[in-house]
Write a protein of this length. Structure first.
Length: 413
């Protein structure tokens, strides 16, 4: 089977079922009923940018080629090893690039297949091959590929075993090779890098595609036919922000050179492969309130949140992602002086395809949200120096990270 055939077939798997799983991610463990027997157009539009097509680098292969109509960019086929390497796996790269490996292994990319949240969502759509395309970007990570459809129904693919299937590579999800290894037209393969090196035991092809945000958009931007806005719109949000006009890319914020050496045992630092950005950088919190508050006397606190550090909305991506900001008033003994004030920012979508937006109060890149709340400190609070603390919790219902955005001292009398 040719790559093109595989790609086209993978794209044609039941999209109605997919809706169910993605909605399931949003609603926790309680999947909504499957959309009423309908199948949307069986194509997910993977983003392409005309700028990429006129890339000045001609010798390097495109990372994720512009899909021909109806053919997704994923998965990509890599059937040969780059000269100088004995394995395509992250484990193989780990021998020399330990810093990249160790940071990647803890990232969402390293867990894109093993992640329990993904596994349960996948099981609920009968292991749809379409769901696997971004979570398993290389063809050899796929146990089976679709070879036609019963009665042409996209929901009934005829699956055939993939003889080149590699279970170890599958466990690696968005593995190194997804972004760094490509086949060349002459039948060989190469490692894509940002610099040439005389010291490398393997072939390197220099490309500027690694530094382009379109690399990330391949998987972080996805649109449902008939939707009012992309399901994942991180790239569109970035493109419309001041960061894009200033030339600050996804890689600048998510892959800053902060971890160990590019090659184990040498000097210098390479780009972080945790891909995570510090949540504390996402929002700035400005608190306006009296410097002294009195027990049992109400006062107003105004909180202004500015999205000063994320190159997209907060939260972004998966509609299951929420940002919850909590203001707590603490007395000098660390006890709560009043009930906490909680505000949640999210995009709420329909439970079924095409996931029309029902509400969206997210804070856009460069944007802000302000609100005022009346607090009445408890009579039981301890007098002395207390704090108003602003906390931010980011993530999906099952997994959130909390950081302190601001801690404002206040006298309690
Ligand atoms: C036997 C050791 C070894 C293995 C295995 C290995 N590399 Fe390398 N790699 C190197 C060395 C040495 C360099 C040159 C680094 C330099 O001079 O800065 C290099 C360079 C690179 C570069 C280019 C660095 C740049 O500055 O652009 C990339 C990307 C890369 N390797 C990725 C990989 C990936 C992905 C794998 C696994 C599929 C891998 N390497 C496996 C040793 C290795
Ligand atoms: C276009 C690429 C793409 C396709 C196709 C895709 N995903 Fe994802 N998936 C992603 C990306 C990117 C994220 C992370 C998004 C974010 O958090 O902003 C993700 C995140 C998830 C998560 C959340 C994981 C967590 O840690 O909470 C689940 C669950 C998931 N996907 C399931 C699925 C299922 C089921 C399908 C098929 C119905 C699917 N995905 C198809 C790209 C894709
Ligand atoms: C999601 C895509 C992606 C994955 C997965 C990925 N990388 Fe990278 N890698 C990049 C990008 C993008 C850069 C260039 C960052 C920059 O310089 O802006 C890079 C840079 C590097 C470099 C240094 C090259 C330089 O810029 O000097 C090495 C070495 C490397 N990666 C190795 C690995 C290894 C090993 C793995 C797996 C453990 C891996 N990468 C997984 C995208 C990826
Ligand atoms: C081949 C597809 C693919 C590409 C290319 C890709 N991602 Fe991802 N990314 C994913 C998937 C799938 C997930 C969700 C994994 C999960 O939680 O199951 C994800 C998760 C993430 C997360 C959440 C990390 C975490 O630990 O929770 C960030 C941040 C991210 N990606 C940034 C990037 C950036 C920046 C780029 C470009 C340099 C990029 N991604 C390129 C597929 C991709
Ligand atoms: C100006 C810096 C900046 C730029 C540019 C930027 N991001 Fe982010 N990103 C952040 C910060 C800060 C966060 C919030 C921290 C968090 O949620 O992990 C974040 C969060 C995310 C998340 C959610 C992570 C999670 O754990 O769910 C994803 C996915 C993501 N960014 C992808 C991208 C992609 C793709 C691009 C480019 C199109 C990009 N980012 C551009 C700073 C940036």
């Amino acid at each position: 089977m040719t790559n093109t055939t595989r790609g086209a077939l993978v794209a044609s798997v039941a999209v109605a079922a997919i809706g169910m799983a993605l909605a399931r991610g949003r609603k926790g463990d309680d999947p909504p009923p499957a959309p009423a027997g309908t199948l949307a157009e069986p194509n997910i539009e993977l983003v392409t940018d005309p700028e990429v097509a006129v890339s000045p680098v001609v010798e390097a292969p495109r990372l994720f080629p512009t899909p021909a109509s109806g053919t997704p960019a994923l998965p990509v086929s890599i059937d040969v090893l780059p000269a100088g390497l004995s394995s395509l796996s992250a484990q193989g790269c780990n021998a020399c690039h330990a810093a990249a490996h160790d940071t990647w292994a803890t990232s969402g990319h390293g867990k894109a297949w093993t992640n329990p949240a993904f596994q349960s969502a996948l099981a609920s759509v009968n292991d749809s091959t379409l769901c696997q395309s971004c979570h398993l970007p290389i063809t050899n990570q796929h146990e089976a590929v679709a070879n036609g459809y019963v009665d042409g129904a996209a929901s009934r693919p005829v699956l055939v075993a993939n003889t080149a299937f590699d279970a170890g590579l599958r466990a690696e999800g968005v593995t190194c090779a997804a972004c760094h290894v490509r086949a060349l037209p002459d039948g060989s393969a190469t490692i894509l890098g940002t610099h040439a090196s005389a010291n490398s035991p393997h072939r390197i092809t220099v490309t500027d595609e690694l530094q382009k945000p379109e690399l990330c958009a391949t998987c972080h931007e996805v649109t449902w036919p008939g939707a009012d806005q992309p399901y994942y719109a991180t790239y569109t949000e970035w493109k419309g922000s001041g960061w894009a006009s200033a030339g600050v890319t996804c890689q600048h914020c998510h892959m800053a050179p902060t971890t160990g050496a590019i090659v184990t045992g040498t000097n210098g630092v390479g780009p972080a492969h945790t891909f995570a950005a510090n949540p504390a950088r996402a929002l700035s919190a400005l608190v306006r309130m009296p410097g002294t508050v009195h027990r049992n006397e109400p006062f107003d606190l105004t909180l202004t949140l500015q999205n000063s550090g994320a190159g997209h909305s907060v939260p972004t991506g998966n509609p299951a992602n929420t940002a919850t900001v909590t203001v707590v008033l603490l007395d000098s003994s660390g006890k709560e002086l009043a009930a906490p004030w909680r505000q949640t920012y999210a995009r709420t979508v329909d439970a079924a395809s095409p996931y029309l937006t029902r509400a969206d109060n997210r804070i856009q890149a460069g944007g802000q949200a302000a609100a005022t709340r009346r607090f009445t400190p408890s009579v039981k609070g301890a007098p002395g120096l207390g704090y108003a603390e602003v906390r931010l919790a980011l993530g999906t219902p099952g997994s959130t990270r909390t950081v302190v955005l601001a801690r404002v001292p206040v006298r309690v009398e």
